[in-house]
Design a protein around this ligand. Structure first.
Ligand SMILES: Nc1ncnc2c1ncn2[C@@H]1O[C@H](COP(=O)(O)OP(=O)(O)OP(=O)(O)O)[C@@H](O)[C@H]1O
Ligand SMILES: [Mg+2]
Length: 363
């Protein structure tokens, strides 16, 4: 995927902005609060997703504007398309001049991955963020997965309701037998996708991390679950049944994909417990770049990579890898310190000031 141009008006601090990026590496640098992240956010919205900063649509509208328009020509496969996002009270979108029923319908036309400083929580926080990473990545490739996951979550909520009722009406425990069998079917389906996705990550992630660390460190990933990859439906139902006693006490289902995790192991130790700042950042970045490589493997196209403030805390050799070794796809990197990009061999550097470009340099 390649963005040919982006036009933005009335969005965040952009009065009117025209952006003609290069097809490979684009670095956007400038002081704090100039609009670098705003630019990545504007691009990201073409995926049809919410802002990666968790912003409401009303916050995207420029302070003195009552309408924001972002328009972008991009190439996906052999075809060139135009997407337009219009933000007034809410967000609307057009594709090739046709209004879509909602802005989220842009999904599936435009692919991007984003790394932002909040993504460091992928390593630092609890299992929920890692499950969300997996679910979003899988859902972007297999929309059917989102439906299966929703059905699974609904079924767990129903089991929890029965568990809570059981405290007062133990005579209805028999209800759980059939219920757990159908839940086991859903668990098997969700796990099939998750285990398969992690299998692909296992092939890609160590290589990317090896590149980032100059082959000095080895990163491994494992899907961690109380239910093994090849467990049959009856076995899964049995595991649920065994957990029943404890689950009735807590009123919650204690096993299943909603309790699973991704283990990230660096040179034999858990990154979460032993990783340095730079190592944590590298692991998160490697996960995001791997997500892009999986997309490429499956859709045949690299998504656009949006890397917000990725350079800080990384040593020169890791910065060099990011600047010069992510090849054959369009990358957008923001940074504040121009010394971070001294090593850039090929690419375009855009200096941003007050919501516009004040200098453009081709290397
Ligand atoms: N809705 C809005 N309307 C106008 N200006 C806005 C709006 N939202 C944010 N801004 C302004 O945009 C600027 C922040 O932009 P952005 O987050 O892109 O900065 P940045 O260049 O990435 O900075 P940093 O290096 O600190 O991350 C701030 O000055 C902020 O006041
Ligand atoms: Mg920023």
């Amino acid at each position: 995927m390649i963005i040919k141009n982006l036009y933005s008006k009335g969005f965040r601090n952009f009065k009117e902005l025209e952006f003609l990026p290069s097809e490979n590496m684009n670095v956007i640098y400038g002081d704090n609060a100039q609009g670098k992240t705003n630019l990545l956010e504007a691009i990201w919205l073409f995926c049809g997703a919410k802002s990666f900063r968790g912003a409401k649509d009303s916050e995207l509208l420029g302070f003195n504007s009552n309408k924001a328009v972002n328009s972008c020509d991009f190439i996906f496969g052999e075809t060139e398309k135009n997407a337009k996002i219009i933000i007034e009270q809410n967000r609307k979108a057009e594709l090739n001049g046709k209004m879509l029923s909602s802005a989220s319908k842009l999904a599936g036309n435009f692919y991007a991955i984003v790394f932002s400083p909040t993504d460091l929580n992928l390593v630092n926080d609890g299992p929920m963020v890692r499950r969300r990473f997996l679910d979003t990545a899988i859902g972007q490739i297999y929309p059917l997965y989102n439906e299966k996951l929703r059905n699974y979550v609904k079924a767990v909520t129903q089991r929890n309701t029965v568990l809570r009722d059981l405290k007062f009406h133990s005579d209805i425990e028999f209800l759980l037998d059939d219920f757990e069998k159908s839940l086991a079917v859903l668990i098997k389906e969700v796990l099939k996708y998750r285990y398969r996705y992690v299998e692909i990550l296992k092939e890609i992630l160590p290589e990317i991390y090896g590149g980032l660390s100059g082959k000095k460190e080895i990163l491994n990933i494992e899907y961690s679950s109380a239910i093994s990859k090849n467990a049959e439906i009856e076995e899964i139902a049995e595991i649920l049944k065994k957990a029943r006693k404890e689950d009735i006490l807590t009123g919650n289902t204690s096993v299943g994909p909603h309790r699973d995790d991704l283990n990230l192991i660096l040179n034999g130790s858990a990154v979460k417990s032993y990783g340095s700042q730079g190592q944590r950042r590298s692991v998160c970045l490697a996960l995001k770049l791997s997500e892009a490589k999986v997309l490429k493997r499956i859709t045949g196209e690299y998504p656009i990579a949006l890397l917000d403030d990725v350079m800080s805390e990384l040593d020169r050799s890791r910065q060099d890898f990011i600047l010069n070794h992510i090849k054959d796809w369009q990358v957008f990197i923001t940074c504040c310190d121009p010394s971070n990009i001294k090593g850039l061999k090929n690419g375009t550097v855009f200096q941003m000031k007050g919501g516009n470009f004040c200098n453009i340099m081709v290397k």
